[in-house]
Design a protein around this ligand. Structure first.
Ligand code: SAH
Length: 262
């Protein structure tokens, strides 16, 4: 279906930045807020969302996100459009939110942290961020952020309901460089390989071999990985001409990586 595409374009330079990443957890909205939001929030948040979003950007910067391109991309993407209207009033808090089918949209600080790490890949620092593979499209928010920073974004989701929801969320944005795929992300997406970056939004106990195989030389993989006790940490794998190096970073908490279609 998608054709193999040529190399990486010149875009943004960045370096990894240490920022602690709070847990990514699924919390249902209190009823009281939901009923208020359903009458007031959608229009209200929509009308003055740039001010609330600006405060989110200030908090991200204060929390250690230093890459101005990342902050710019997150300032541009309206997160409240990716969550249920009943939750729109919480869209700019640093919290994960339910997006249906038991899944969650990652909290903004986690999105910023992972995207910033991707931009710190050796290849991205010299040539800009080329083709990216995202595992776990969810509602499509992170794909929209990535679309502003990478040349092309391939994003795979295993649940049809969310794949379609992401498609609907992204349609009005007309992001020509985002390709949404329905499939099992543990297999990667060989047609688009090699990738300058692979970003995984769901946590497993082992790294599927396809991911490293599909990573370009100079590319970087950022994924949550669970240890024997089930505790997840952020794992960064860099591929060079000499091979792979891995770095384990701070603890995180993502929804589980599953195999096959849902
Ligand atoms: N980046 C998303 C976060 C989604 S949560 C956002 O911005 O909203 C993680 C997603 O990973 C869930 O939707 C889940 O269904 C999906 N997922 C889990 N295992 C997967 C797999 N093997 N392939 C593709 N998607 C997977």
């Amino acid at each position: 279906m998608n054709q193999r595409r040529p190399g990486f374009p010149a875009r943004i330079a960045a370096s990894p930045k240490g920022a602690s990443v709070p847990a990514h957890s699924s919390t249902a909205a209190p009823r009281r807020i939901a009923s208020w939001a359903s009458t007031v929030a959608p229009a209200g948040v929509g009308l003055d969302s740039s001010a609330v979003r600006e405060r989110m950007i200030e908090r991200l910067a204060a929390g250690g996100v230093a890459n101005l391109e990342v902050l710019k991309a997150m300032r541009a993407v309206e997160r409240h459009r990716f969550v249920d209207s009943a939750l729109a009033n919480q869209a700019y808090e640093d919290t994960s939110l339910p997006i249906g089918l038991g899944q969650t949209i990652s909290k903004p600080s986690v999105v910023a942290r992972m995207v910033e790490l991707l931009l710190g890949a050796p290849g991205a620092r010299t040539n800009g961020l080329g083709r990216i593979l995202e595992i776990g499209t969810g509602c499509g928010y992170q794909a929209a952020v990535l679309s502003r920073l990478a040349r092309e974004v391939y994003s795979i989701e295993r649940l049809r309901g969310l794949h379609e929801r992401a498609r609907a969320n992204l349609r009005p944005l007309r992001l020509a460089n985002v390709h949404l795929l329905l499939g099992d992300g543990t297999l990667g997406f060989p047609t688009g390989a090699p990738y300058a970056g692979i970003l995984v939004a769901a946590g497993g106990a082992a790294l599927p071999p396809a991911w490293c195989e599909q990573l370009a030389v100079g590319g970087r993989l950022v994924a949550p990985i669970a240890d024997a006790s089930g505790t997840q940490s952020l794992l960064v794998i860099d591929r060079s001409a000499q091979g792979f190096t891995q770095t384990l970073l701070e603890p995180v908490h993502f929804v589980p990586l599953k195999s096959g279609l849902g």
